[in-house]
Design a protein around this ligand. Sequence first.
Ligand code: UFG
Length: 322
Amino acid sequence: MKVLVTGGAGYIGSHIVLELMELGYDITVVDDMTNGNEANLFPNNQFIQGKIQDSSVLEKAFSKGIDAVFHFAAWKAAGESMTDPMKYTLNNLNGTFVLLDAMLKYGTKYFVFSSSAAVYGAPKYLPIDENHPTDPENYYGYTKLAIEENLRWFDKLKGLKSACLRYFNAAGYDPKGRIRGIEKTPANLLPIIMEVASGLRKGFEIFGEDYNTEDGTCIRDYIHVSDLAKAHILALDYIRTHNESLTVNLGSENGYSVKEMTKIAEEIVGKAIPHKIVGRRAGDPAKLLASSAKGKDLLKWEPKFSDAKTLIESMWDLYKSL
Ligand code: UFG
């Protein structure tokens, strides 16, 4: 089966590429390498450098015949999306439409979409299931929701079958150590903690300790990227065999606070990781927790690497070697 992975040299994309390689798929990666890492390109796959907004780039990929697309080429910094929304419009929205246009033109029927729990906004109840109202708090989350809505239309109008995968807090690295390129300029908690532990930065800040949680810091649902990768393959199988679209949460259903994660990381790296407590970051809910019951049931999927220790160990194995 021939698949296109947009953003396949990036953090999540490269882990999906690994999983696809293990299963023997014929893989084409399109990546403009802004956030992609050369170390994450594997020699047996076809690689086309360029932007998804550029239809001539996509033409090169689709002309060889593509059966399914995994779409990761998007910006993902929620804070930045509030100050530079047009950057997100042009890539996350426009870019995806150019991609969908190419799919329709070439008759590619299956689309696996990297969506986000950011589509829900502030939680109205926990754990968050797929029926929770969608009301994004940032423009990034809005771009994901807008694409999801369009995918439902393109299913109705054009028979395009999609899997919208709403990730909670993706983290970790391939436990077998095959991904060597770290994320460039990360904005998320765990890669920042790892950068401090490995000496790439001096310290980090904990955004608020006055939340209504046991230790006052925010609780999140961390999901290992290799568990995510498995779910992507199962999701493609599902939409193909059932010939129907799918929207599912991908989370571990376990919550850890910022302080808990810091402590576990300190135990794993065997030293203190310098940090200070500062004020709250705008738009952070106290607690996010997924219900992944639907995905587990429909996809027969179970996270294997998403307990905090395994997850952070898999990151430290890479960061300690930098
Ligand atoms: N945090 C810090 N210091 C930092 C970075 C983060 O204290 O330097 C805290 C945040 O305040 C938050 C927690 O760590 O309480 C996790 O923050 P992240 O920035 O790592 O992740 P978010 O929960 O904000 O968002 C992530 C993804 C979103 C997704 C969301 C779903 O980036 O795309 O998880 O749960 F929607």
